[in-house]
Design a protein around this ligand. Structure first.
Ligand code: AMP
Length: 288
């Protein structure tokens, strides 16, 4: 496996692969500190593509001024070893200056699905995400790019960007991989103290509780949210809910009365890390 640090190097690796007969190039964009969630994306890409590139880049432009950019874990040697063992063909691990050289002045900004949830709590976050992902798509020119349902809003926004800008690739969404107690795997989980980690199981519990209430017939979103909020307050007192929202799975518009499929999404700020999670409640399952 090759590790490229420059745009020219990764372009060369992909071009050589294509001229050697590769027809499907897959890309898995990550910020590193790889875990089983990332490896599930990598395995999915390897299952569909004959050349897989993984980008490892803690993208400064998607972090707010008081967020954890500096503290974000960067175990690059472990990540590279993990990529080797999962059959990755190339890692692209650029420095910030490579991606954002002096004079850089362009932002890719998506409206619509960036509005609620993370967009409201983290101003500028999705501009950073869309700009770096657009650059990665232009650099690697993949046929398929894999993203996790864990970051539901992110992949919804990226699908919007790719469609709106006629980017010639397919976005594949992979299911959320969880710890035994339901906590969604995240590079930030290692930052949690023991007590925070124990309480963090309450995120998924409150999502499942909300799902159960909806399946039992509760259709007023506000009541479902209030129950989830109470569960979080009781079981995760160290955390503070940034939001709990019930939204349409495609537009991400707020739903007041639940009549069809919805996504329930939440963000909880613990002293050591801010965690997000979501589930999709598929109402057709219920009728079958
Ligand atoms: P990150 O390194 O956190 O930016 O994540 C890189 C990609 O991995 C994104 O598409 C995430 O949605 C995905 N991802 C992160 N955690 C998980 C997880 N627990 N299960 C599935 N995919 C994940």
């Amino acid at each position: 496996m090759n590790t490229a640090k420059t745009i020219a190097e990764i372009r060369r690796l992909v071009a050589d692969a294509r001229s050697g007969g590769v027809v499907c190039v897959g890309l898995v964009p990550t910020m590193g500190a790889l875990h089983k969630g990332h490896y599930s994306l990598i395995d999915a890409a390897c299952g569909e593509c004959d050349f897989v590139a993984v980008s490892i880049f803690v993208n400064p432009t998607q972090f707010g001024p008081n967020e954890d950019y500096r503290r974000y874990p960067r175990p690059i040697d472990d990540d590279v070893a993990g990529c080797v063992s999962h059959g990755v063909d190339a890692v692209f691990a650029p420095r910030a200056e490579e991606m954002y050289p002096d004079g850089f002045a362009t932002t890719v900004s998506v409206a619509g699905p960036t509005g609620p949830m993370e967009g409201r709590c983290r101003p500028g976050h999705f501009d950073g995400v869309c700009t770096v992902v657009a650059k990665l798509f232009n650099i690697v020119a993949p046929d398929v790019a894999c993203f996790g349902a864990k970051d539901y809003q992110q992949v919804t926004v990226i699908k919007r960007m790719a469609a709106d800008l006629d980017m010639p690739l397919r976005i594949k969404v992979c299911p959320t991989v969880r710890e035994a107690d339901g906590l969604a795997m995240s590079s930030r989980n290692v930052c949690l103290g023991d007590e925070e980690r124990a309480q963090a199981a309450a995120l998924y519990e409150s999502l499942r509780l909300s799902e159960r209430l909806i399946r039992e017939g509760l259709s007023r979103a506000e009541e479902v949210i209030e129950t989830a909020r109470r569960h979080l307050a009781e079981k995760a007192p160290l955390g503070k809910a940034d939001y709990i929202e019930i939204v349409d799975p495609d537009s991400l518009e707020t739903v007041d009365t639940i009549e069809k499929d919805v996504v329930i999404a939440l963000a909880v700020k613990f002293p050591s890390a801010r965690l997000i999670d979501n589930i999709r409640v598929d109402m057709t399952e219920q009728r079958e």
